[in-house]
Design a protein around this ligand. Structure first.
Ligand code: SAH
Length: 347
């Protein structure tokens, strides 16, 4: 039987384990603090536990542990990209960005992805597996330890579709928010989704005030279907209804991600249609210049079109920003780094 990952368990689950082992319940809180505040990577390192207890734990349990395979530091800005090796040899990537207002990390939620967006490198070899809550957490912990910093914001925008790994992502949220762990406020966490509508309703019903980002990329169902297969399943109208429900439940502003692709979705008529769609909604648009990948023949929109697109949205009362292209010199696009690394290892 494979060992259970202690880092993936909520406090109440740890309490059950200790009670079943004939131990006192308070041990669970001690262990939780060692895992999520001291960020230990091995049962052996928990000096507060007697050897007999460590031995008991080691027979059925383990602590998931990511190893840094590579770190690339941008020369242009304070961005570092990390490639991590998981216990089973799979590779994932994460990004750390230093802003004036704090340090943000972009974490992966799956190895690969099965959503199939045409422009995204993460999905090109399909989904390998879901990440455990402990593996999502450990990206945060390893970066925090490596940089010797305190991370203030988390975005689940790395490889994978967070809402396609719903239960593990929920556990990740609860553990990172726990006051016995990192005590990270929900308002400092963002989930990005390509638009899995039923899961947006589930997330709203959790009633936790995290930020929701929707990867929209087009105001038209027909155009969206050409670049995002998920659009064949859920219409933009259904996404908007789910977003309005989310806003009603959480009172949080939604961000719409819009990757500008030259000649595909960057014309004035697209901006006008987008403005019409989002009128009077508690939202914000984040324009992302496409990060070219070799599997997708299109290029990013030129700077003038980006600015024109933004102006049209602003003129129509839609809050809009253009995402800075951080770390472009270290292979920024979602999933590119991992693919490059795997290709290098295989050649
Ligand atoms: N699956 C989730 C989160 C991961 S992708 C989602 O779809 O939202 C994070 C963001 O990066 C999404 O908005 C995605 O559409 C965008 N993205 C992916 N590849 C990109 C590329 N090559 N250039 C620009 N943006 C990209």
């Amino acid at each position: 039987m494979s060992k259970i990952d202690l880092k993936s368990l909520e406090l109440k689950e740890l309490e059950e384990i200790f009670l079943n082992l004939g131990e006192r319940k308070y041990r669970a809180q001690q262990l939780f603090k060692w895992l999520h505040q001291k960020m230990v990577s091995s049962i052996e390192d928990i000096t507060e536990f007697p050897h007999s207890l460590k031995d008991k734990l080691t027979s059925d349990y383990k602590i998931s542990r990511l190893k840094i395979a590579e770190r690339l530091d941008s020369k242009q800005d304070d961005t570092s990209k990390y490639l991590f090796v998981l216990d089973d040899g799979n590779i994932i990537e994460s990004v750390m960005m230093k802003y004036k207002h704090g340090i943000s990390v972009c974490l992966s939620t799956q190895v690969g992805c099965r959503m199939g967006c045409e422009f995204c490198a993460s999905t090109k070899s399909g989904l390998v597996r879901n990440l455990l809550p402990g593996e999502i957490l450990d990206q945060f912990y390893q970066i925090q330890k490596d940089q010797n910093v305190s991370i203030s914001n988390v975005v689940l925008m790395g490889s994978g579709e967070p809402l396609d790994n719903y239960d593990n992502v929920m556990k990740f949220l609860k553990i990172i928010h726990d006051k016995n762990g990192q005590n990270l406020g929900y308002r400092h966490i963002t989930i990005s989704t390509c638009g899995i509508v039923p899961k947006i309703y589930d997330l709203a019903d959790e009633e936790i005030p995290i930020n929701l980002s929707i990867s929209l990329h087009s105001p038209s169902d027909e155009e969206r279907k050409k670049i995002m297969p998920i659009a064949k399943k859920y219409s933009i109208h259904e996404i908007m209804e789910a977003c309005n429900y989310y806003i009603a439940k959480t009172n949080r502003r939604i961000t719409f991600e819009y990757t500008l692709i030259s000649g595909v979705n960057d014309q004035a008529r697209d901006a006008l249609e987008l403005a019409k769609l989002l009128k009077n909604m508690l939202c914000h648009v984040n324009l992302i210049p496409l990060n070219s990948i070799k599997e997708f023949s299109h290029t990013k929109s030129n700077e003038k079109l980006v600015q024109d697109f933004k102006k049209i949205l602003l003129k129509n009362g839609i809050n809009t920003t253009v995402r800075r292209e951080m770390g472009a010199d270290v292979n920024a696009a979602c999933g590119q780094l991992r693919r490059d690394y795997i290709n290098r290892m295989e050649s």
